[in-house]
Design a protein around this ligand. Structure first.
Ligand code: CTP
Length: 399
């Protein structure tokens, strides 16, 4: 049992997804965790405290006043837990946690808890994407809380989009990962690049690509959970900055090259997942280019191949990982890239795989190491793909 001896304080708030919390509780207990449950009063409209009490085999806390007129001690409860898991977390509770409000038992426990906190948001798509919610999640993420999900899919409102509570199995996995991920990379400096670059044509226009940065961010978070000191150099993206990671935001290929190459010598493991523009306009017009009848002629010049430069400068104690996105003869091109850029490992994606690639939440990869050993993986979430990549790096660097 993977959670034997671990104590999880499951906090359920008033979302329709609260009905899934009973399943989550059951899964946690099946893995050996001790679970105590806090429910807010709106949560009780969706699922009863009795259900959770039966499933958790424990008292369920809903208010300061407990059984027999006794005080439920929120401080003690916070001290008891190894992990406080708020699932589902509504926009309301997320907002109150972010601003430190304390008008119910759950929030009082949160403010006094010293353990790590994991939050699984669940709400309608537009509520999730609202800048207020996004800001609140960013605050909580900076506070070093783990945000799991939400997932994309059908929502209670009838809309489809981001906002669904992650499935209980996924949440269980996040909890297991949280407790199990080791310290194999403790103290090791790791550099990750992520996202697209933007190459300016004039003050308002640029050339870019469809990279979202999700893969690189997931890799950076995975490395952090293994104890690494992670620097993440990322091009423009819409993602929440992950906590506990040295984040350097850049825009152009030149800025990405400058940031990455200055971090390179300090880094033992380097993972270049960014989709860096191969070409950049030779001249950036100072003023907005006006429309005219003649077709514009934009001359492009090659940008620095950061990965290739790193391959040339690489020392024996450095491990260099590149990405390859190929559309034809993928394996041959990837092996060629691995050799040409002097890499230790290459991650191959092809756009041919349904559900894989840019802007998606899933990916399907093939890993090829220096000895040309090829491992094919199934289509998985980018978080799981990141775990596969990082586990392989740990295996190869610890061999
Ligand atoms: N890369 C880089 N700097 C660049 C271009 C790419 O560091 N200017 C890195 C990417 O981060 C990725 C790898 O190189 O890890 C593969 O990029 P790709 O553009 O596919 O490779 P190329 O060598 O440019 O080959 P081609 O475009 O011909 O496939």
């Amino acid at each position: 049992m993977k959670l034997s001896g671990k104590k999880v304080l499951l906090c359920i708030t008033g979302s329709i997804a609260a009905y899934k919390a009973a399943d989550l509780c059951r899964l946690l207990i099946k893995e050996g965790a001790g679970v105590k449950v806090i429910m807010t009063s709106p949560a009780s409209s969706f699922i009863t405290p009795l259900t959770l009490s039966v499933v958790s085999k424990n008292t369920v806390y809903t208010d300061f006043l407990g059984e027999g007129g006794n005080w439920n001690n929120h401080v003690e409860l916070g001290m008891w837990a190894d992990l406080m898991l708020v699932a589902p977390a509504t926009a309301n509770i997320i907002s109150k946690m972010a601003t430190g409000q304390c008008d119910n038992f759950l929030l009082a426990t949160y403010l006094s808890a010293r353990c790590p906190v994991m939050i699984a948001p669940a709400m309608d798509h537009d509520m999730y994407l609202h800048p207020a919610t996004q800001n609140n999640l960013e605050v909580l993420s900076k506070r070093k809380h783990f945000i799991v999900g939400p997932a994309k899919g059908e929502l209670a409102s009838g809309l489809t989009g981001e906002g669904r509570l992650e499935e209980p199995e996924t949440l269980l996995k996040a909890v297991v990962d949280f407790f199990l991920t080791g310290n194999e990379l403790k103290g090791i400096n790791v550099l990750v690049s992520a996202g697209p670059t933007r190459e300016a044509i004039d003050p308002v226009r640029f050339i870019s690509n469809r990279s979202s940065g999700k893969m690189g961010f997931a890799i950076a978070e995975q490395l952090r959970s293994h104890g690494a000191n992670v620097t993440l150099v990322a091009g423009p993206n819409n993602l929440v900055q992950p906590y506990g990671i040295h984040y350097i935001g850049v825009e152009s290929a030149k800025q990405m090259a400058d940031a990455c190459l200055s971090e390179f010598t300090k880094s033992s493991i380097i993972i270049m997942s960014a989709a860096v523009a191969d070409y950049t306009p030779e001249v950036v017009a100072e003023q907005k280019i006006k429309k005219s009848s003649a077709s514009p002629n934009i001359v492009l010049t090659p940008s620095v191949d950061i990965l290739a430069q790193m391959g040339q400068q690489k020392k024996n104690n450095q491990f260099l990982v590149g990405f390859a996105l190929e559309t034809e003869d993928a394996l041959r091109h990837a092996i060629d890239k691995l050799k040409r850029k002097n890499l230790d490992l290459i991650v191959l994606n092809t756009l041919a795989d349904h559900g894989a690639g840019f802007e998606k939440d899933t990916n399907k990869i093939t890993l090829i190491d220096k000895k040309e050993k090829v491992i094919n993986f199934d289509l998985k979430s980018k978080k799981e793909v990141a775990a596969d990549i990082v586990n392989k790096i740990i295996e190869l660097t610890h061999a």
